[in-house]
Design a protein around this ligand. Structure first.
Ligand code: FE2
Length: 409
């Protein structure tokens, strides 16, 4: 029977053909269907220069204007949206069985948080650069008493819950109080400035449910990714949603590499761009005349880019090009790529993205990369009044290993 799009039917196998269709459309998962049902735009791409550029439409459930965002490579892993809290207004009261991280991209306002059956509301204020989390299933409302709009960028684990349970009624009407996540303690949204060491890796961690200004706050020195690299991991609201905030001195760039996706980089300060291309284009797509198939995403404050777009088979390379350091927050959702590695807990994991391709890894060494990248990077820095700190020895195979920095991000 010939295939038509009107109804499904069995594609019978023949002597030399298997059953079924060889090509078919990617099915819409329950979360895709839910997003569609909400009547706001859904932005799907590798990133955007700033989320302030996204078209927003009235969003009945939330009570403001907004847009969903699903960057390539994060489908099913976690979700994002941008929403406007109107001047002199408020969004609707919400509670939901998924985690939510909020970054204030523009404006000022406040949030009320409370638990089912507890009339005592907690209240905290926020401004551009505030980062906080709404505890899972806590009631909350965003208020904007100023006369200019406030723009919130939210990261959620809604796709995980929708795709697993496929029941919006449960997700939005569940009466359970997660008192292990949110005790209602009076100081719950008091910013905690103390550094608590991460028990596994000994890195700087911070247990706080509100960072008042993540754009300008002091970050502890880390030095792991590049000299001068600063980093903090805010652990918020007992979430499984993982994120960190890092700051690079500009003037150096990472090697192109490929690995599984999960993270989205959110630009908090400075400027940068990311190149990404399918591995089938090879290590030097410009030289091969295939530059038109390379994707580029520029970003600045409020910009986002999928850190490893697509499904692990696209090379990507990140460049910080501002005179000031580039500050980013990396949001991973509840399932980062390490947690999805096969094997038993405790097994050694190799970071293939950091190993050169000739040694079986996924990174293109500087001396093998397309010469276009270095030339363009240096020209861009010069235009910005910043200096390149790339060492000429790294571009020569014989001296490449000397003082070479580790993969930047
Ligand atoms: Fe990467």
């Amino acid at each position: 029977m010939p295939h038509d799009d009107k109804g499904s039917h069995w594609h019978e196998p023949t002597a030399d053909k298997m059953a079924g269709l060889g090509k078919f459309a990617r099915p819409a998962m329950p979360y895709d269907q839910f997003m569609e049902s909400e009547g706001v735009p859904i932005y799907r791409d590798i990133g955007v220069r700033t989320v302030l550029d996204l078209p927003m439409k009235p969003w009945k459930r939330l009570g403001g204007r907004g847009s969903y965002i699903q960057l390539f490579g994060t489908e099913g892993l976690w979700g994002m949206y941008v929403v406007e809290v109107p001047p002199g207004g408020a969004l609707n009261i919400e509670h939901h069985v998924y985690e939510k991280i909020v970054l204030v991209v523009e404006g000022r306002g406040s949030t009320e948080v409370w638990q089912e059956g507890n009339s005592k509301k907690q209240h905290f204020e926020w401004q551009k650069g505030s980062l906080f989390s709404i505890p899972i299933n806590a009631y909350h409302r965003f208020v904007n008493a100023t006369n200019s709009p406030a723009i919130l960028l939210c990261g959620t684990s809604a796709p995980n819950m929708f795709n697993l349970l496929d029941n919006p009624k449960f997700i939005f009407e569940c009466p359970f109080d997660f008192t292990d996540r949110y005790s209602g303690a009076a100081d719950y949204f008091t910013p905690q400035d103390d550094i608590a060491p991460d028990p596994v890796r000994g890195l700087a961690m911070k247990k706080t449910n509100l960072v008042p200004d993540v754009i300008n706050c002091e970050l502890p020195l880390d030095n792991r990714r590049s000299p001068g690299y600063r980093r903090i991991e805010p652990h918020m609201a007992g979430n499984r949603f993982y994120l960190w905030v890092g700051q690079h001195e500009t003037g150096r760039y990472s090697k192109a590499h490929k690995h599984a996706s999960a993270a989205i980089l959110v630009c908090l300060k400075g400027k940068g761009y990311t190149y990404t291309w399918p591995e089938a284009l090879g290590t030097r797509p410009w030289e091969a005349g295939k530059a038109d198939q390379v994707r580029r995403q520029d970003y600045e404050l409020g910009g986002i880019v999928s850190a490893a777009p697509m499904s692990g088979d696209w090379f990507h390379q990140h460049f910080g090009v501002s005179k000031d350091p580039l500050r980013l927050s990396a949001w991973f959702g509840p399932n980062n790529s390490t947690s999805r590695k096969p094997g038993r807990p405790g097994e050694q994991i190799t970071d293939r993205g950091a190993i050169d391709i000739k040694k079986g890894g996924g990174a293109i060494p500087y001396h093998e990369e397309d010469p276009h990248l270095r030339a363009e990077f240096e020209a861009t820095l010069a235009k910005e009044g910043a200096q390149s700190r790339m060492d000429a020895r790294w571009y020569d195979e014989a001296t490449a290993g000397i003082d070479q920095p580790k993969d930047l991000f």
